[in-house]
Ligand binder design. Structure first.
Ligand SMILES: [Zn+2]
Length: 196
């Protein structure tokens, strides 16, 4: 799952690449205020891509509890930040997760960590939604599951069609929340009563 290239460039080469970008943008990479920028960019990108070093399934299984509850669980307003793989620009927003338990409950903080572990990589929103759903489906084995992401993409807000404030909503469903239209609709309604 994790794609570690055979030859990972060291930080010196990354900083050199950032200096190249700065010059290409019309800047002077030696300008005093920019001297530490390449190092900062490298460290920031490493943090934004830290999900490659995480195992979302292991994060989830560390927080599972056996429990008899079978009623719908909805956790929403889980903030996330990711990078679009087309432009390396952020997209960010809120995740909502709903599931019908079948003997297992997930720790609430673990759900957020699963979202982060998938989000801190290069992504497209649709695949991020599916990956979170698949990790939760395998670890929780619920009767039904739905994941909804609502996000603004800076590649759309700041460039091209330039539509600040737009929202993109993606949904992935499994089990009863995919096959039973009434259950699906009531879960999605609870999940959508989220941020404006
Ligand atoms: Zn993009």
């Amino acid at each position: 799952m994790m794609a570690i290239p055979e030859e990972t460039p060291d930080q010196t080469r990354v900083e050199q690449a950032v200096r190249t970008l700065l010059a290409w943008m019309g800047e002077d990479p030696q300008r005093k205020a920019l001297r530490d920028t390449p190092g900062r960019v490298a460290r920031a990108l490493a943090e934004l891509a830290s999900g490659y070093g995480e195992d979302p399934a292991a994060l989830l299984s560390a927080g599972l509890a056996e429990a008899p509850e079978r009623q719908l669980v909805v956790v929403r307003d889980i903030t996330f930040h990711s990078l679009c793989e087309h432009h390396l620009l952020p997209f960010f927003g809120w995740a909502a997760i709903a599931y019908l338990p079948d003997g297992r409950l997930a720790g609430l903080s673990k759900l957020a960590r699963v979202v982060d572990a998938h989000a801190r990589r290069l992504q497209v929103q649709e695949r991020l939604t599916e990956e979170v759903a698949t990790t939760l489906e395998r670890g929780l084995r619920p009767r039904g599951l739905a994941v909804a992401l609502t996000a603004e993409h800076l590649c759309m807000s700041m460039r091209g069609a330039a539509r600040p404030g737009h929202r993109t909503v993606t949904v992935a469903t499994r089990g009863e929340l995919a096959s039973d239209p009434a259950s699906r609709e009531s879960a999605l309604r609870l999940m959508a009563a989220s941020r404006p």
